[in-house]
Write a protein that binds this ligand. Structure first.
Ligand code: MG
Length: 203
């Protein structure tokens, strides 16, 4: 399986990092070795001194899709959950300056934290979902899918023009504003529509 992630999909987050609002989705990949699940602790890697949390809604792809039309794209994911797109912001900034790819900042081991997944039919309106991240019991990110620049269907249609989606693939749909650095000892907890889906520690 693969993980496809969308950058700059909430305007307020694009602005907080001084990025332009994109006219097409910004895509990057993480390998399956990036997955960290079951609320296992995240260990800060030695190569970065500025690891940021990015809370995101994650889609789970349920069938193979190539050149999927936007109007059929909703049939290609059946479950949603939450994830943290851990980012080595110091490395990313350096690579952005030099126009280099982001993999070292985004695709490292354990950089894709995922929760358990829930059937999307459990939610009445996928574009009216709120999701929240607390670090050490303080709210740091409070997102709302009504603010997505590119909808889940637009993302699936766009990505599948280039990359075949397969059952079990995950799509990280982008983070809202409020990203910040994690430190050893932090406790991260996240909720989707009031249901707690993540609860883990940084070591
Ligand atoms: Mg992200």
């Amino acid at each position: 399986m693969k993980i496809i992630a969308i950058g700059r999909n909430y305007a307020a987050h694009a602005k907080e990092l001084n990025n332009e609002i994109p006219t097409k989705p910004v895509i990057f990949l993480k390998p399956d070795t990036a997955i960290l699940k079951d609320n296992k602790p995240f260990y800060i890697p030695d190569f970065s001194s500025d690891i940021h949390f990015e809370l995101e809604v994650v889609l789970k792809i349920c069938k193979e899709g190539k050149h999927v039309a936007e109007k059929f794209a909703a049939n290609y994911y059946d479950e949603i959950g939450l994830g943290i797109d851990f980012t080595a912001r110091d490395i990313q900034n350096l690579h952005k300056e030099k126009g280099l790819p982001w993999e070292l900042a985004k695709a490292f081991d354990n950089s894709a934290v995922i929760s358990g997944f829930l059937p999307k039919r459990d939610f009445t309106d996928l574009y009216n979902l709120s999701f929240e991240l607390k670090v050490n019991e303080q709210t740091r990110q409070n997102g709302h899918t009504s603010n997505l620049l590119f909808s889940f269907e637009k993302i699936i249609a766009f990505v599948s023009q280039y990359i075949t989606l397969k059952k079990g693939d995950l799509i990280f749909t982008g983070t809202p504003e409020g990203v910040g650095q994690v430190k050893q000892g932090d406790h991260l907890a996240a909720w989707l529509e009031g249901k707690q889906l993540l609860d883990f520690h940084v070591k």
